[in-house]
Design a protein around this ligand. Structure first.
Ligand code: OAD
Length: 247
């Protein structure tokens, strides 16, 4: 791994415009479970029964009780870890411009990154299913499930459920960031959910180097990534930043 850490440090030092695509893996060290693999949410919950828009429309109380309330409680407590902080340091060093995240936890912004595209929306806000009014999470009283808007409509997270469109601006801005970057860090994503998994492909087609950080191989590893640093996001980011200081 040492050679790859040095290689990544050199590649980052040489890059003019760096973007990152992140997934649930970067937030595991903050206590947020991933979706797939051991201990993943989809091991306990069938996503088609709880995370599909049809399920939410059919029975919002059930989806709130089983999935949203638990996720909201976990996310309310979570703090950025060294993986998020490492990406924030890369921005502070004028290297990293944009993060495209599939996560809904707001931890990149909490760590200090200023240009974060929330590809799957956010759990930080709730939105009325009738009138569209938005409420910040902390304003929402979850003592009665499902929580309701002033108009009486049911609130839902301002996040993308299966079967829903990616917000148009997030889609457009991500494509632009992928086209413009000359290096993309792909951190903690299984890269199996589309269209997010196409973002590194777009970056590659436009000449960017793709550097993956993940303890496991992914579908990107052989075809798209230049190399994979096999490890946990927090430790790998710390070591890359240290190695950059020695260049
Ligand atoms: P997944 O849960 O599919 O994948 C998590 C990835 O993180 C895996 O590839 C793990 O190997 C890796 N990983 C585990 N521990 C790690 C660590 N400490 N550091 C770095 N990586 C680690 O999560 P996503 O790829 O984000 O969509 O899932 C994509 C989408 O599927 C989510 O946004 C969500 C879900 O269904 C929606 O809800 C629309």
């Amino acid at each position: 791994m040492d050679d790859l850490i040095r290689r990544a440090a050199k590649d980052l030092a040489a890059a003019g415009n760096v973007a990152a695509l992140t997934g649930a893996g970067i937030s595991i060290e903050s206590g947020i479970p991933p979706f797939r693999g051991k201990g993943g949410l989809w091991e306990r919950f069938d996503p088609m029964e709880f995370a599909h828009i049809d399920a939410l429309m059919r029975d919002p109380t059930k989806v709130w009780k089983v999935l949203i309330k638990e996720m909201k409680e976990i996310l309310d407590r979570a703090e950025p870890n060294n993986g998020h902080k490492g990406l924030a340091k890369l921005e502070a060093r004028d290297k990293l411009k944009t993060i495209i995240t599939q996560n809904v936890d707001g931890l990149h912004q909490a760590a200090g990154n200023t240009d974060v595209i929330e590809y799957h929306g956010t759990f930080a806000w709730q939105r009325c299913m009738d009138c569209g009014k938005k409420y910040e999470n902390r304003e929402v009283d979850v003592s009665k499930i499902p929580p309701r808007c002033d108009c009486g409509g049911i609130l839902r997270p301002d996040a993308v459920f299966f079967g829903e469109m990616i917000p148009a601006e997030a889609m457009w801005r991500s494509r632009q960031a992928a086209t413009d970057c000359d290096l993309m860090l792909v951190v903690g994503t299984s890269a199996v959910v589309q269209p997010a998994a196409m973002i590194p492909v777009i970056a590659k087609e436009n000449g960017a180097k793709i550097v993956e950080i993940n303890p496991e191989k992914t579908p990107l590893t052989f075809e798209i990534s230049d190399y994979l640093i096999m490890g946990e996001a927090g430790e790998v980011m710390n070591r890359i930043l240290e190695a950059m200081e020695k260049i």
